[in-house]
Design a protein around this ligand. Structure first.
Ligand SMILES: NC(=O)c1ccc[n+]([C@@H]2O[C@H](COP(=O)([O-])OP(=O)(O)OC[C@H]3O[C@@H](n4cnc5c(N)ncnc54)[C@H](OP(=O)(O)O)[C@@H]3O)[C@@H](O)[C@H]2O)c1
Length: 352
């Protein structure tokens, strides 16, 4: 399978490392022998119809800053649109920065990829949250696969769980903590830090978005709520349809007041008829009362009651794992195998 990678930052660089570390296992167990036909970053691309040397790509990106510096396959005079149109590939794996105002440029890249007949895997919430079912519909019309499990919950398979639950039951509603940065800040307020100190700590730990207002105002949570709602309920909701209130008004005093009642404040996204994101007081023993940068979602099922999934909501390595899940799922639909062909086949330890 030939892949084009758009972006070579925390997520896609980790994906390259995983593909290298698990090369044998992926081939033996799943029949996946990925060839990296091109990788694009903000300064150019590396391209080879026979597949790039992954180890060399990683070395060049880490040491020289851009894949365009790879010799002889690097080019500084091309961009993602050129590469999508010109390079032969089965799939485009998109992990460039999110834009929650216009979705660009990734929206145009994904559209171009689908129009060019490429299957697409993305971790980018912007285009999905802003355009409802535009991209899934475009993929459907063209008989292509489009998956985005890394866009909600990083490596935690929230969308995958929802899809499995929906097979045998009906999800009637869900509530969740969708943003690690705000959850970290709220947890630190509980520990006695001021809002500013907690935000600083979140930035130092690399949790916050480049523009932390996206987290604090609740827009990141709302975009994930939209994506999950559309996937679960088949709606065509957009970010603008969500009533959003962020955590700026949550003070140390409010958190302490909740704690005195055995409760915590969490930024909760609620899916259903009136989708909303807002800080809520919930019991400390609620499964949604996760700490630090964790995410959690509780699905209400018609027959089975509630099911909660929780885990790290972000992280380059973790999200790269979600991309790989999607790649393997599409690979299986295109003739590869998943679950593994032979459960007794050797498992290669994954240390990335
Ligand atoms: N990191 C996470 O924990 C996480 C979790 C879930 C979802 N996501 C989503 O995954 C995506 C990638 O995240 P990340 O953390 O890997 O971001 P990142 O570290 O900032 O990397 C972004 C990459 O995209 C490249 N890029 C920027 N503009 C480009 C353009 N116009 N054309 C081609 N490449 C371009 C950058 O190039 P340079 O290297 O030259 O700067 C960089 O390689 C985002 O949409 C993010 O929201 C991330």
């Amino acid at each position: 399978m030939k892949l084009i990678l758009l972006g070579c930052g925390a997520v896609n660089l980790s994906l390259l490392e995983i593909l290298l570390a698990r090369r044998t296992e992926l081939s033996v167990r799943y029949g996946l022998q990925p060839k990296i036909a091109a990788v694009v970053d903000s300064r150019g691309a590396a391209m080879s119809p026979d597949g790039l040397d992954i180890k060399e790509l990683i070395r060049v990106k880490k040491s020289k800053g851009s894949v365009a510096q790879t010799t002889p396959s690097g080019r500084a005079d091309v961009n993602a649109l050129d590469v999508i149109s010109e390079v032969d590939a089965d799939m485009v794996v998109e992990a460039i920065p999110t834009n929650l105002r216009t979705g660009e440029p990734s929206l145009s890249y994904v559209k171009r990829a689908l129009e060019a007949g490429r299957n697409v895997v993305t971790a980018n919430k912007g285009p999905l949250a802003l355009t409802a079912d535009l991209l899934p519909s475009l993929a459907n019309k063209r008989g292509l696969f489009f998956r985005f499990s890394g866009a909600v919950g990083g490596g935690t398979p929230i969308l995958d769980l929802a899809a499995r639950c929906s097979l045998g039951d009906r999800i009637v509603g869900f509530q969740g903590v969708f943003n690690g940065t705000t959850n970290y800040i709220l947890s630190e307020l509980e520990a006695g830090l001021s809002f500013e100190a907690a935000l600083r700590a979140a930035k130092e730990r690399g949790y916050a978005e480049a523009d932390p207002l996206i987290d604090i105002r609740g827009l990141d949570s709302a975009s994930k709520l939209v994506i999950l709602s559309n996937a679960v309920f088949g709606t065509r909701m957009k970010l603008k349809n969500v009533k959003v209130k962020g955590i700026r008004g949550v003070t140390k005093a409010k958190v302490a007041n909740a704690a005195a009642k055995g409760r915590v404040i969490r930024l909760i996204g609620s899916g259903g008829i009136a989708p909303a994101v807002a800080p809520q007081e919930i019991p400390r023993e609620s499964p949604l009362a996760v700490n630090s940068a964790m995410n959690a979602v509780t699905f209400e099922l018609e027959r089975s009651g509630s099911i909660t999934i929780s885990g790290k909501g972000a992280g380059g390595k973790e999200t790269a794992g979600a991309l790989l899940r999607d790649i393997l799922t599409i690979h299986a639909k295109l003739g590869g195998f998943y679950p593994a062909r032979d459960e007794t086949a050797p498992r290669v330890a994954t240390v990335v």
